[in-house]
Ligand binder design. Structure first.
Ligand code: PHE
Length: 447
């Protein structure tokens, strides 16, 4: 059966949807805050160009050339290299990431429901939101219920298929997300004292740059661009042969960067305006912001918009995870789409329940000193994703034939600009990206 393909615009929005997520709206502002603002952003852009761009293109090249899911892709391209094992390894990652990503998605849903019932209306006493956050996440039924809702929403989209599920959702929701974020950013910049936040984002202070700034930029870029999870590879199999992979990668990365910057402009000026420490860490969205919503005019309305935006961003990423996890079952094991997505839904949901309970009844169960949630998060972000990224670039740079990579990247020589860029890309794929991943892994181990 002929594989469904994205339209060109649909492909871009689906790829951007996979990239834009909690990483942009929840993580980027606080990581930027912790790492010195503008100086971090400049390093982040360098990392994107030299390391992430080659990895993304490697995933695109493997995905589109093989026309296959992550498990079959390596094997289809080079049957004798044991590619099935690499593929099988990569397929585990989206299942694990989805399990804990949807727990956070569930928390956001709860905050959205709270906003809809005007719980952020009126002044909230200091500490009240922190208390709510801790008691909610450590309870049993409410967070598991929200995690389930989030996963069901993801399932309902993916079960409909590539064009009428994923592409349709992305085409409607990504532009909506953009408008909502711009409105919030403008409102944030109009708060008294917001200019200090804007100048924090614009004036780089390189004296704050340390080796940790660079490793944080790499970790953030990897996570934000959804690299090393197999989702980019899976979506690339739905990109038409006539489309330009280089342009897709540039636009996806740019869209991701723009969303991250808008989120930064939405969050940091507001944080400065209320004299909150910009280095507030992961609690920014769940604790600091709700308290802030209660203090600004029409704050509850902004809260509804804000949490709705994060839900869209998170679902556009989680659908790419469920798709990447299910496609191997559809193509390799000949499951129907319904059976494959339901199977993967059930596995991720179960692991997710354990993650959710690890803040409450299972908190004493630790693996290497971490609760289950933090262990799976660290395992994926610090080990599995970089390793999968490394496998992809090394496979394209050192295993595939250079002519095949060239012909996939230049559409058989018809894209003149890509023909010119190819030598630079080739050096990045063969040397720069793999060596950077190895160096970062080494620094991580030594610390
Ligand atoms: N890129 C997504 C984000 O920014 C996160 C993500 C990572 C999603 C890995 C899927 C897989 O939120």
């Amino acid at each position: 059966m002929e594989k469904e393909k994205f339209g060109r615009f649909g492909a871009l929005l689906a790829l951007a949807g996979s990239a834009v997520g909690l990483g942009n709206i929840w993580r980027f502002p606080f990581v930027t805050g912790e790492n010195g603002g503008a100086a971090f952003i400049i390093i982040y852009i360098f990392v994107m160009v030299l390391m992430c761009f080659p990895i993304m293109l490697s995933e695109f090249i493997i995905g589109r050339r093989s026309g296959s899911n992550a498990m079959g892709a390596f094997d289809r391209l080079m049957p004798s290299t044991g590619g099935k094992h690499f593929g099988a390894f990569i397929c585990i990652i989206p299942i694990l990431v989805l399990s804990y990503y949807s727990v956070i998605g569930g928390w956001i849903l709860e905050y959205f429901f709270k906003a809809c019932t005007f719980s952020f209306d009126g002044v909230i006493e200091d500490g009240q939101i922190e208390q709510f956050f801790t008691s909610f996440t450590s309870s049993v039924i409410p967070p598991v219920f929200c995690h389930t809702l989030f996963m069901v929403a993801t399932l309902m989209i993916v079960i409909r298929g590539v064009k009428s599920g994923i592409e349709k959702f992305s085409k409607v929701m990504m532009p909506a997300l953009f408008f909502i974020m711009v409105i919030i950013a403008v409102a944030s910049c109009m708060l008294p004292g917001a200019d200090r936040g804007i100048s924090y984002l614009l004036h780089p202070d390189f004296s704050k740059v340390t080796e940790k700034t660079v490793t944080s930029a790499i970790g953030q870029a990897f996570f934000s661009l959804t690299l090393g999870v197999g989702t980019m590879m899976t979506y690339a199999a739905y990109i038409k042969k006539s489309d330009n992979l280089q342009a897709m990668a540039v636009r996806t990365s740019l869209a991701d960067l723009i969303f991250a910057l808008i989120a930064g402009v939405a969050v940091i000026p507001a944080v400065f305006s209320f004299n909150i420490n910009p280095e507030g860490g992961p609690g920014l969205v769940f604790q600091t912001f709700p308290a802030l919503f209660s203090k600004i005019p029409m704050g509850n309305l902004v809260a509804i918009l804000f949490f709705f935006a994060i839900i869209i961003a998170a679902i556009s990423s989680s659908i790419s995870l469920l798709e990447a996890a299910s496609l191997p079952l559809i193509e390799e094991k000949h499951y129907s789409r319904k059976r494959a997505t339901l199977t993967m839904f059930f596995i991720s949901w179960t692991i997710g329940v354990l993650c959710s309970l690890s803040f409450g009844p299972l908190s004493s169960l630790t693996i290497f000193g971490n609760n289950i949630f933090s262990f799976i998060d660290a395992l994926c972000a610090n080990a599995l994703m970089p390793l999968a990224g490394l496998i992809c670039v090394v496979f394209v740079g050192w295993r595939m034939k250079k002519e095949d990579v060239w012909s996939e990247f230049t559409n058989d020589g018809t894209l003149k600009q890509n023909v010119r860029i190819f030598p630079f890309l080739w050096v990045c794929i063969r040397y720069v990206a793999p060596l950077t991943i190895l160096c970062v892994a080494l620094i991580g181990w030594l610390n």
